[in-house]
Structures are given as structure tokens and as C-alpha cells.
Design a protein around this ligand. Structure first.
Ligand code: GLP
Length: 244
């Protein structure tokens, strides 16, 4: 079931989605969270940091599993998702480093890394999976055409995704990695509940498709329509601008 919440702007999105995540942590302090990167969740993470600083919540027993990571970027690179998560959330709250998990693109045997990440995911139940959405409907880094049965995999990023993400790499597409390692759609669908956030005009087409389009592997986010639990979509006015 998709529960759709339309909000005014990015600020309201961050607050509304932040509250949903905060509620999850308060209700189950040892919950497992699936986390996302990109610009969409940054405000939500700030909301969580503020709540932590006010003493409203603790991350001491929270476990996290991130969706994805670029290949061929050292962890120390400021745009690696490892760095992103530490800069935007982990360094500011009381989470234990041993409870933080990201797919690893280190080493030569990436297939082994994929298997290990899927094995780890299959041993836990993600209580709440946070997602952004790519302009082409990708979730995690599962590009159009990815099987709904996929588990953690290495993917070739589309030109569109690399262009969209070039803003983080001095606007130079050549600096954007060509490959990434990502949870598969099946891993994402195994979460008990999902929270998807979308902001801005660049997402309007994707939100239109999500609401009105068919369930198809050509539009990865459409898998969420078959999710047995609650999928909450929080989208701002610009992201909803193509909806009636
Ligand atoms: C990136 C990430 C996704 C993210 C999406 C949207 O490529 N791999 O997990 O949801 O694209 O990013 P943004 O929120 O910056 O628009």
C-alpha cells in the first residue's frame, strides 16, 4: 500500500519524513534502518541530529544498512557514500561504528562483497527503509531494467544518473564513477516498511510515473506498489507538479 503525503517544500519534507523516522527509533530503540544518500535525505538527517542533540532520541542500539556505494572511490573520498553518511549523520549522533553497514566496493572480488552484503541483510529485518528516487525511477542504484528479484549487485550507472550526480563532482561527468554496488530490489522489498522522499522539479516525472504508471522493471520504483507493508511517499509541491 502506498501512502502519499504531499508537502509544501524541502523543509517540510525533511520535518515530516524526519518525524516518521524518529517515531520508528523511539518505538523500537534497537531498530534496523535502511539508509539512503543523495541530496533528498540530508534535511531529514539534520532533523534527526537536532532531535538527538535535544536529548529526544538515542542511536546507541540502532543498526543501519546503507543502500549503495560507488565503485572505484576510496572510502576517504568526500563523495563516497561512506563519507557522506559520516558527514551528514553518523559523526553527529551516538551510533556505534560496528552497527553501521555499507556495501563495500573495496578489493578485487566484488561478487564476494555482494554476496556478503546480501547474507548480512538476509540475517536481519530492516524495520524502515529510507529511499530517494532517481529521475529515471532508480532506487538505490538499481537502474531501469534491473530484475525485481535482484540481490546486492554491481551495476553500470546510466549516463542520466552520472549526469544527475555530476553536481557532486565539480559538474564533471568524467569524475563520476561508472559503476556502483547496490542492494538489489529484492533486498529493498524485504524491509518491513519503506519511506521514500522526493523533492524538486527534476523528480516530477518520476513521481508521476510512480503514481500513474504500471509495475515494470523498466521503472524500478514501481516494485514498491507490490510491497506488502506500508510504503510512505513524502513529496513536495515541485515533485508533485505533474500530478492532477
Ligand atoms: C543517487 C543514489 C540514490 C538516490 C538518488 C537520488 O544516485 N544512489 O540512492 O536516491 O540518486 O538522489 P538525489 O536525492 O540527490 O536526487
Amino acid at each position: 500500500m502506498i501512502k502519499f503525503i504531499k508537502v509544501k517544500d524541502y523543509q517540510e519534507l525533511s520535518k515530516v519524513a524526519g518525524e516518521i523516522m524518529l517515531h520508528q527509533i523511539k518505538e523500537k530503540p534497537n531498530c534496523v534502518l535502511g539508509l539512503a544518500t543523495g541530496s533528498s535525505p540530508v534535511g531529514l538527517y539534520q532533523y534527526l541530529i537536532d532531535a538527538y542533540k535535544k536529548g529526544e532520541v538515542s542511536f546507541k542500539n540502532v543498526k543501519t544498512y546503507n543502500l549503495d556505494e560507488y565503485c572505484d572511490l576510496p572510502r576517504e573520498h568526500p563523495e563516497s557514500y561512506y563519507s557522506f553518511m559520516h558527514t551528514n549523520l553518523f559523526n553527529h549522533v551516538d551510533i556505534e561504528e560496528e552497527n553501521v553497514h555499507l556495501p563495500s566496493s573495496l578489493g578485487k572480488d566484488l561478487q564476494k562483497n555482494c554476496q556478503e552484503y546480501s547474507d548480512a541483510l538476509n540475517k536481519v529485518t530492516v524495520d524502515l527503509q529510507l529511499l530517494g528516487i532517481g529521475a529515471n525511477g532508480h532506487i538505490g542504484f538499481n537502474e531501469p531494467g534491473t530484475s525485481f528479484e535482484s540481490e546486492t549487485l554491481v551495476v553500470t550507472l546510466t549516463e542520466k544518473t552520472r549526469k544527475d550526480n555530476a553536481r557532486f563532482f565539480d559538474n564533471d561527468i568524467n569524475q563520476v564513477p561508472t559503476h556502483a554496488i547496490t542492494m538489489g530490489i529484492k533486498n529493498i522489498m524485504n524491509a518491513k516498511s519503506v519511506l521514500l522522499v522526493a523533492s524538486g522539479k527534476n523528480k516530477a516525472e518520476a513521481i508521476y510515473q510512480l503514481v500513474n504508471g504500471p509495475v515494470t522493471e523498466e521503472f524500478p520504483a514501481s516494485a514498491l506498489k507490490k510491497h506488502p507493508g506500508v510504503v510512505t511517499v513524502v513529496a513536495d509541491e515541485e515533485a508533485c507538479s505533474l500530478l492532477k
